[in-house]
Design a protein around this ligand. Structure first.
Ligand code: MRU
Length: 366
């Protein structure tokens, strides 16, 4: 049973008073883009400054910033940097000069559609500008709007998703979907933040998430920063945990959702969805509409990023695998809609998503 139970007055008051949301990883400050270097967390909290778009693209590729919405937001500010540079160096021909940087940003990572969504939105803004007008203010306003809308969507999804959770529930999450992975508050972790604050969630379990350890390094850091207790487990322990009967919901984010309701997310998500179904645990996907790609008919069409073998063969820079072993390192997998009990977007909750419900949610596009 998971009919939505919207927040009452007391839960809303708790949400206002106990705002578990202090982290921002993508910041425009003093004319530069600053990214919290997520490769160094939790040992070191250091921001890197960016003034050129190719360096932003490299930061996305190298996981300085990661998580679907955060990648899109960083790329949007990358376009601001590209246009500022082109306007200063190329005169009236600046718009053509920006094109190369846009392509460079688009090539950074292939799976999260938020990247391409944000670049397309910035391109529309660029197209509306006159060639002889300084583009900085208009583009910066657009990037700021993308950031602000993402946070607002996350807050809305937090409340909608938490409304599905019965008081006293334990939940399991995968990867990092919080403030670090978004403009702020988070998608799946936003639901967990809201559910914890409102008193509906009593325990949070997080997969360590090999090989980048987003769960162990980032989700655990983020939740403890915001005073929400978290218990880590190795992915291999998830079946054993779900069998105990304590976890009521597995809650994850998404990198791309196709027109049939299939969900690409961090490798291991598909396995969790199968485990959840087998054990009678509900499975929730939380993502803003900027993650939906209605141009792709099915999950089979999603480009799945393959990352370097060395990410799997080594830990913390030291080789752990036997010499001579190869590695297969897909960064994402695809969960079919049939395994999803609830898809939460800022536009509303879709129970048991399918093609017709996705069409009704999205209309003709994003
Ligand atoms: O490789 P990453 O760390 O970018 O992968 C991130 C994920 O898979 C997240 O679950 C997804 O982007 C949703 S983030 C709100």
């Amino acid at each position: 049973m998971y009919a939505p139970q919207p927040f009452g007055c007391r839960e809303r008051l708790l949400m206002t008073l106990l705002d578990h949301d202090r982290i921002r990883a993508v910041v425009w400050r003093d004319g530069s883009l600053e990214l919290l270097d997520q490769r160094r967390l939790p040992q070191c909290e250091a921001f890197l400054r960016f003034n050129e778009a190719p360096a932003v693209a490299q930061a996305i590729r190298n996981m300085v910033v990661r998580g679907a919405p955060a990648i899109g937001i960083a790329a949007a500010y990358g376009v601001v940097l590209a246009a500022r540079h082109a306007f200063a160096t190329h005169g009236d021909d600046w718009q053509a000069a920006v094109r190369g940087d846009l392509q460079c940003l688009a090539a950074a990572r292939p799976t999260a559609v938020n990247l391409f969504w944000a670049l397309a939105r910035m391109q529309r803004c660029l197209d509306a500008l006159a060639p002889n007008v300084d583009p900085l203010l208009a583009l910066l306003a657009e990037a700021d709007a993308i950031l602000a809308e993402d946070i607002a969507a996350n807050r809305r999804m937090g409340e909608l998703g938490a409304g599905l959770i019965d008081a006293g529930s334990a939940v399991l999450t995968h990867c990092n979907t919080g403030s670090l992975a978004t403009g702020g508050f988070g998608t799946a972790l936003g639901v967990i933040r809201a559910g914890w604050t409102a008193g509906r969630i009593e325990a949070v379990f997080a997969d360590e998430t090999r090989p980048w350890l987003q769960g162990a390094r980032l989700t655990a850091w983020e939740l403890t920063q915001d005073d929400i207790p978290v218990t880590l487990l190795a992915e291999g322990a998830a079946a054993h945990l779900l069998r105990q009967g304590r976890v009521r919901w597995v809650i994850v984010g998404a990198d791309r959702i196709t027109a049939d309701g299939s969900v690409a997310n961090k490798i291991g998500t598909y396995g969790l969805a199968i485990l959840a179904r087998y054990h009678g645990v509900k499975f929730m996907v939380v993502a803003p509409s900027s993650t939906v790609d209605m141009a792709l008919a099915s999950g089979d069409e999603i480009p799945i990023e393959q990352r370097a073998a060395d990410e799997l063969l080594s830990v913390g820079g030291a080789r752990v695998a036997a010499d001579g072993a190869g590695a297969w390192n897909p960064s994402f997998d695809v969960t079919p809609a049939a395994l999803i009990d609830a898809l939460v977007t800022e536009r509303g909750v879709v129970l048991q998503p399918d093609r017709a419900k996705m069409q009704a949610l999205m209309g003709d596009g994003v």
